[in-house]
Design a protein around this ligand. Structure first.
Ligand SMILES: NC(=O)C1=CN([C@@H]2O[C@H](COP(=O)(O)OP(=O)(O)OC[C@H]3O[C@@H](n4cnc5c(N)ncnc54)[C@H](OP(=O)(O)O)[C@@H]3O)[C@@H](O)[C@H]2O)C=CC1
Ligand SMILES: O=C(O)[C@H](O)COP(=O)(O)O
Length: 496
């Protein structure tokens, strides 16, 4: 059960505590924030509503802890991360239980998220000792007019305090994807978890606590993003922000100071299907890509752009598979579970009603019970419908019929988003041409979009983000280059 066993100290019996200076504490605000279970729609857990004063102390503390951590040998940092990864995996069951209750993630996927997170932390430790242990050596004589009198030693140094803000859909995995690179690179880390998913994140942080990281190096403050978010992101003590979420990220990037930003935001991932594609294979990918975790993935297939000549056949195959999806509570490991909140369900319903009014073909009857929305394929969607452009973040997938590849590319590139896209065809030459023309951070050929494996670069163009994630890129992003130049009194050429 959440907050029991080794996790007892993170819970006061009513409210989960926040983590500061290596200890679990209650906020002086005396206030808490409720976390509503998307399935029961009742308050499941409560977390502390931290104050600005507490945020100030956490950041001050993180600053001090970072100085000592930067002097800790790289292999020791890696050793602690490996330990945290093992503890995380050992306690996958209670953490997964929180994911089921807080964000209605299907039971098996919840366990997978925790295990994947442990693997990510270990991989990051290994990658860190390799790439941070290497630098560059340059000599001056390669630039015109110079003799070989200067040796430049280039290394990577930490940034300081990294602020990590993950979204609700992967509160553990998208938290460790920021925590592990920050720590291996010698930074300290302040985590502000999403409210839905905060309790799973607090359990994950306790695994780092149990691993024995120095006091103050990792902290976790809870509270509503709308209340403490701006204070955190605009705080002068923060040296880097790594954020994953929706449009909030655009607002943060306008307000944040002169600090490096890593922003992974929304997407409208297009799936372009050509006439020669294997339609059974495509249908499986569309159903998995569009409906897993009820479409609440930034990398979900969010619009199908299919050549008209094969559209009827494809839609029939997709419908046959949609009919087999199980719908119900996450505890039963159903394919389709309630979406995260009532406001999210209402938003999705708004997109569905707009499509209905404008004449889309409903392949299934629209059905909703509370936050549970049955999977729905909308055929013959046209560009004047909101669902053609907006991200439902739910189990509703639009199909747009196209008459040329150019039409598909045009629709994809007219979007404000540019996260991922995918192409299905047996013609690899055509696939490469289309991939090059698509304005997205990643294009998958013959597979639905996906972020993983977690060491692959992951980035969005346009409103989908700034910078690139993936283990190696995140480590690099959370460091700065430092040069030390050795100046010699006389030129020296090797072997000369
Ligand atoms: N590209 C990618 O990698 C991914 C993108 N996403 C995108 O995220 C969205 C869904 O996630 P969701 O959690 O709803 O996204 P939000 O943008 O609503 O929230 C993300 C995080 O920001 C916090 N937050 C809210 N307001 C502020 C603020 N003013 N300052 C700082 N932080 C704030 C939230 O806290 P709180 O919960 O307390 O409000 C949460 O921790 C979708 O658009 C999806 O596409 C999701 C996953 C991956
Ligand atoms: O948050 C998201 O939606 C993820 O970044 C997508 O991850 P996945 O493709 O591995 O599900």
């Amino acid at each position: 059960m959440a907050g029991s066993g080794v996790f007892e100290e993170i819970f006061d019996g009513e409210v989960f505590k926040y983590y500061f200076d290596g200890e679990w504490r209650k906020s002086s605000s005396g206030k808490s924030v409720g976390i509503v279970n998307p399935t029961s729609r009742k308050t499941q857990y409560k977390v502390q509503a931290c104050t600005q004063e507490e945020v100030n102390k956490v950041i001050e503390n993180a600053k001090t802890a970072q100085k000592a951590w930067a002097k800790t040998p790289l292999w020791k940092r890696a050793e602690l991360l490996h330990k945290a990864a093992a503890i995380l995996k050992e306690h996958k069951a209670p953490i997964a239980e929180c994911l089921v209750k807080e964000i209605a993630k299907p039971a098996k996927d919840a366990v997978t998220e925790v295990v994947r997170s442990g693997d990510l932390v270990s991989y990051c430790a290994e990658e860190g000792v390799r790439i941070l242990g290497e630098g560059k050596f340059l000599t001056s004589d390669s630039f015109p007019g110079n003799e070989r009198t200067k040796y430049c030693l280039v290394s990577k140094i930490p940034l300081g305090v990294v602020l990590a803000i993950p979204p609700f859909n992967y509160p553990v995995n998208l938290a460790v994807s920021k925590i592990a690179p920050a720590l291996i690179a010698g930074n300290s880390l302040v985590l502000k978890p999403p409210t839905q998913g905060a309790v799973a994140a607090l359990h994950m942080v306790h695994c780092f606590h149990l691993a024995g990281f120095p006091k103050g190096l990792i902290s976790c403050v809870t509270g509503k993003g709308s209340e403490i978010g701006d204070f955190l992101t605009m705080h002068p003590g923060v040296n880097c922000i790594s954020f994953t979420g929706g449009d909030t990220g655009i607002a943060i990037s306008k307000k944040a100071g002169m600090v490096p930003l890593q922003m992974e935001l929304g997407g409208k991932d297009a799936c372009i299907v050509l006439e020669d594609a294997d339609l059974d294979f495509v249908a499986s990918n569309i159903v998995k890509g569009g409906f897993s975790y009820s479409g609440q993935r930034c990398t979900a297939v969010k619009v199908v752009l299919v050549m008209d000549s094969v559209a009827d056949a494809l839609v029939e195959k997709v419908n046959a598979k949609v009919a087999k999806l199980t719908v119900g509570p996450p505890e039963d490991d159903c394919d389709i579970t309630p979406v995260v909140s009532e406001s999210s369900s209402n938003f999705i319903e708004g997109l569905v009603l707009d499509a209905k009014e404008k004449g889309a073909t409903f392949c299934q009857e629209y059905k909703r019970d509370g936050n549970l929305i049955w999977p729905l394929l909308l055929d013959n969607v046209r560009p004047d419908m909101r669902i053609a452009w907006e991200e439902p973040f739910g189990p509703v997938l639009p199909v747009i019929r196209i008459n040329s590849v150019e039409e598909g590319i045009h629709h994809c590139n007219a979007s404000n988003f540019g996260l991922q896209g995918c192409i299905f065809t047996r013609d690899i030459n055509k696939a490469i041409l289309i991939s090059d023309a698509m304005e997205t951070g990643t294009v998958q050929i013959n597979s639905a979009p996906a972020r993983g494996p977690d060491h692959f670069p992951f980035q969005g163009l346009k409103d989908s983000g700034i910078g690139s994630q993936g283990i190696t890129n995140s480590i690099n992003m959370m460091t700065k280059i430092k040069s030390t130049v050795i100046n010699l009194p006389t030129p020296t050429y090797s072997m000369g």
